[in-house]
Design a protein around this ligand. Structure first.
Ligand code: ADP
Ligand code: MG
Ligand code: MG
Length: 902
């Protein structure tokens, strides 16, 4: 394809856009994010050093072919380079007036630190002399040259970076300086000689430098660390990366030169003020690498006020243009400002919410856009733990606040120290919670960062690799703790004379930037943040699905309500049976075969249950409350057969050896044996498919009858006090309409009896869970009896797949997912093709029988954004999830509605 256009100059961004059909998104796909934005800034008249972009298509052709440039590409590169020469009046490789360029990778999505940039391409032994003469600054020329050899050596030729760093450290020590910027020309010349001994294949011919660097960028797309990052971030592997070749501008030309990075808003809090780091007399990566201590951006306003003013104007212009917070790179060359990059800024969850809401209030975006810009996972972050205030100040009083650093990624993390990424993974796999502590992080550390709860580094700034990656993955992080001295050989760290070893506990507060020695309790924050409330309010206005909560106790119900739940979708009554004072009564009820004894036990349980339900009705005043009648097999309330057998054996031994009072031991033995016999009777080979749910109610109707009595006595009492109660009684595990018909008749009679006794009419419904395939398939018949359906998708998934969740998740299921047999865990996200079709059928046929039938979901899927999108599509009335997921579900439901084009 010799005619194909592989190269676009920055001022040809319009052409590129046209070539891909006029869409900005497609232009970003072709030119990569960095290239497209360099073009866009050029189009807007922002000062950008001239250059051109080699397309992602060229990269794909290169990697999928024989690692050869596609036909015509290189000719287009040299032609584009000639145009840059014309624009700048400089010539590539000409010692009398050299053009230098950078070679920068840039894929469609920003992948921080994944692809490496080479600066100062075009220098060699001869050109460096010319540059020295031309600028009258040999120090600058040789500093640039040594940087080229170092970057080219490590990025393109694959030499280890440590070798170069060692040479630099030695040179600094020999010269008695702490900073590369203070090395003499002679020192730099010597460094160049020694660098070339490391980068032996360094090419002297400038055009060879450019060609090899371009190839290295293409190759790095399929390198391990790029592949790992894409896997972790869910970025497709076939996008390719573009290469940007750009005229060098120099931040290392003296005290009136500088380089920096900044965000147009605060990436941690979202506050509308420019945040960033910069350095005088430095180049490119110095700032992000955290090698030198950077200055905050506010200081730029003091030291270079004109430059700052211009920069802040550009920030605002770009924000208005992109309608989004921007992350920018700039360089000041002898007082002139140049922009080298802009992209949408990474931010914490809090900042994402605040910025989205602020942009609406600034009139830049609509409420719909704001709701779509925040991900459900980001909302989830608000519900993440923070350090408990009291425990934290106690720890501080005990002198355990050992360090303070930059608060780059909020939230609390508590874990044991690992000093490298592999160790972190190993410890996490062994079940430990881990805090990864490093001098700084690099792309090869990402697996360890993902495995860790939180991250601590001794170096690096707000825009360091550690900070960016931690924010993206929601890991609390504290970086730039200068006082922290890590000894990787001894596997210890020292801070103010205190030595802490690998494996010891640390607690970190990424919100405040604090590091504590030891293990501090965590609490979940309050989410009444003004920005979050606005965003969720808007979301409520867009969604069609209701959101309820699964809550068993009044405190959970209250929390759910505070988080915006519109009712309770599932109260599991059996949890109430496990409480210490009730369990013996429950056991007595199960043990007996005498109906009178059983009735007495149930009579004793009744007041407890009534109290539970009364609390729920009070908490949910005016909202529906679904109470599911007892579901699990009865043996779950008794000790296990194995435990009883051991206890009985021990008692017999003690009796035989006279260890203890014989009569008491005898009595205990007799009781245990009785329990064991009953457990044996109740034993089932497959209890989850056995006597449970509606079946239990049919065999022992007194049990659900007691529960219904408790529900209605509580409801009548609350209603008498003026509370609006809306009970919905739910019968679990039906698979035949006759089961439902039989039990419902018994229960309705009991409910009516209570209301007659109390002289109160409560509005209520009786419905069923749909959690077996037969229930779904016969929904038309079930709906004759059921006044509502609720999909119990945990059981429905088990019964549809014939997979036992408890066994499979620890076993073959994960292997299935690894091997790609199942695309994902069907217990996490609804299996649309199987379980989803059953749900759809049941909704349709149930509503055909009973128009307006209320239908919801109460399985764990109810809090999963993907499943929520499906539920929206199935036309359910609501999803029900844990109280902590309610805000997430509100947003996910709004996004489902906004994305619904039907
Ligand atoms: P990354 O994706 O790692 O940020 P970049 O391509 O943005 O890589 O470049 C790394 C550093 O080099 C950045 O600080 C950038 O501003 C700087 N840089 C890149 N190209 C030039 C150039 N032509 N002139 C001056 N600095 C440059
Ligand atoms: Mg890079
Ligand atoms: Mg960059």
């Amino acid at each position: 394809m010799p005619d194909k256009k592989w190269v676009y100059a920055f001022d040809e961004v319009g052409e590129a856009e046209e070539a891909v059909g006029g869409s900005w998104d497609a232009a970003r796909g072709l030119l990569g994010g960095k290239g497209a934005n360099l073009g866009e800034m050029t189009r807007l008249g922002v000062p950008v050093p001239p250059g051109f972009t080699v397309t992602t298509e060229a990269c794909n052709a290169y990697v999928s072919g024989d690692e050869a440039f596609p036909e015509g590409m290189w000719d287009q590169v040299t032609a584009a380079l000639a145009k840059v020469e014309e624009k700048t009046g400089k010539t590539f490789g000409d010692p009398t007036n050299p053009l230098l360029v950078s070679c920068r990778s840039g894929a469609k999505f920003s992948m921080p630190g994944m692809m490496d940039t080479v600066l100062n391409i075009g220098l060699n032994d001869e050109v460096v002399e010319g540059l020295a003469a031309l600028t009258n600054d040999p120090r600058f020329a040789y500093d640039s040259y040594r940087r080229l050899i170092q970057m080219f050596g490590s990025v393109v030729l694959g030499a280890a970076d440590e070798g170069f760093e060692e040479v630099l450290t030695e040179a600094r020590e020999a010269a008695g300086v702490t900073d590369d910027a203070h090395l003499s020309v002679d020192a730099l010349k010597q460094i160049v000689v020694r660098f070339k001994e490391i980068a032996v294949d360094f090419p002297e011919t400038p055009i060879d430098q450019l060609r090899l660097a371009t190839e290295a960028v293409f190759k790095s797309w399929s390198g391990k660390r790029a592949v790992d990052y894409r896997n972790a971030a869910g970025i497709p592997h076939d996008l390719g990366t573009a290469v940007n070749v750009q005229t060098m501008v120099f931040g290392n030309m003296g005290e009136d030169s500088a380089t920096g990075v900044a965000m147009s808003r605060d990436g941690s809090t979202g506050e509308n003020s420019i945040e960033g780091d910069w350095l005088v007399n430095a180049q490119g990566e110095d700032v992000v690498a955290g090698i030198r201590a950077t200055k905050p951006i506010a200081q730029l306003a003091d030291e270079m006020p004109d430059v700052y003013q211009q920069f802040s104007d550009i920030c605002h212009r770009l924000e208005n243009h992109y309608r989004e917070m921007q992350d920018l790179e700039f360089t000041v060359e002898r007082g002139k400002l140049w922009l080298l990059q802009t992209r949408d800024g990474k931010r914490t969850a809090q900042a994402a919410v605040r910025i989205a809401v602020d942009l609406v209030e600034d009139g830049l975006i609509s409420k719909e856009e704001a709701v779509q810009r925040v991900s459900p996972e980001q909302i989830d972050f608000f519900l993440h733990p923070q350090l408990d205030l009291a425990a934290r100040s106690a720890a501080a009083d005990e002198g355990n606040l050992i360090a303070t650093g930059l608060n780059v990624s909020p939230g609390a993390a508590v874990g044991v120290i690992a000093f490298d990424a592999d160790k972190a993974v190993e410890m996490a796999e062994a079940g430990d919670k881990v805090i990864l502590v490093r001098p700084e992080t690099k792309p090869d550390d990402v697996h360890g960062m993902l495995a860790a709860e939180g991250i601590v580094t001794s170096r690096g700034g707000r825009t360091s690799h550690a900070a960016l990656v931690a924010r993206q993955f929601g890991k609390p992080a504290v970086v730039g703790i200068a006082a922290l001295d890590i000894d990787l050989d001894a596997r210890t760290m020292e801070i103010d004379g205190r030595v802490v070893a690998e494996g010891e506990w640390l607690s970190i507060d990424g919100t405040l930037g604090e590091v504590y020695y030891g293990k501090i309790d965590t609490v979940v924050p309050d989410i009444s943040d003004r920005w979050l409330s606005s965003l969720l309010d808007w979301a409520d206005g867009f969604r069609r699905l209701g959101v309820r909560a699964n809550a068993d106790y009044p405190v959970d119900a209250e929390r759910a309500r505070a988080y915006g739940a519109q009712g309770i979708g599932l109260c599991r009554t059996e949890h109430m049976f496990f409480e210490a004072e009730r369990l013996p009564i429950v056991q007595r009820m199960i043990m007996t075969e005498d109906s009178e004894v059983r009735r007495q036990a149930l009579d004793e349980l009744l007041p407890y249950q009534r109290e539970d339900f009364y609390g729920l009705f009070k908490a949910m005043d005016g909202l529906p409350v679904i109470i599911r009648l007892i579901d699990p097999p009865l043996h779950e309330f008794l000790p296990s057969f194995e435990v009883l057998t051991v206890e009985i054996a021990n008692l017999k031994i003690r009796l035989a050896s006279g260890d203890g009072d014989a009569t008491a031991l005898q009595a205990e033995l007799a009781e245990k044996e009785q329990v064991r016999d009953r457990v044996e009777v109740l034993h089932e080979a497959n209890p989850m498919l056995g006597l449970r749910g509606v079946r239990l109610g049919i065999i022992i109707p007194e049990l659900p009858k007691m529960q219904v009595r408790a529900i209605f006595e509580a409801a009548c009492a609350a209603q008498k006090e003026g509370t609006k109660v809306i009970p919905e009684v739910m019968i679990p595990l039906s698979s035949h309409v006759n089961e439902l018909r039989r039990l419902k008749a018994v229960l309705t009679k009991e409910a009516e009896a209570v209301m007659a006794e109390q002289g109160v009419e409560v509005e209520y419904m009786m419905g069923t869970m749909v959690e077996t395939p037969r229930a779904a398939l016969t929904a038309a018949q079930l709906a004759e009896e059921a006044e509502f359906f609720s999909f119990g998708t945990n059981d429905l998934t088990q019964t549809t797949f014939a997979i036992s969740r408890d066994d499979a998740e620890a076993g073959f299921l994960m292997e299935y997912i690894k091997q790609g047999i199942l695309p994902e865990n069907p217990f996490a996200s609804i299996d649309a093709d199987g379980v989803g079709r059953l749900i759809q059928l049941a909704v349709k046929e149930g509503r055909a029988t009973r128009p307006g039938l209320e239908v919801g979901i109460c399985g764990e899927h109810g809090g999963d954004p993907k499943s929520i999108t499906l539920c929206h599509g199935y036309g359910l009335d609501y999803v029900s999830c844990s109280p902590f997921r309610v805000p997430v579900a509100r947003l996910a439901a709004a996004q489902a509605a906004l994305n619904d084009k039907s």
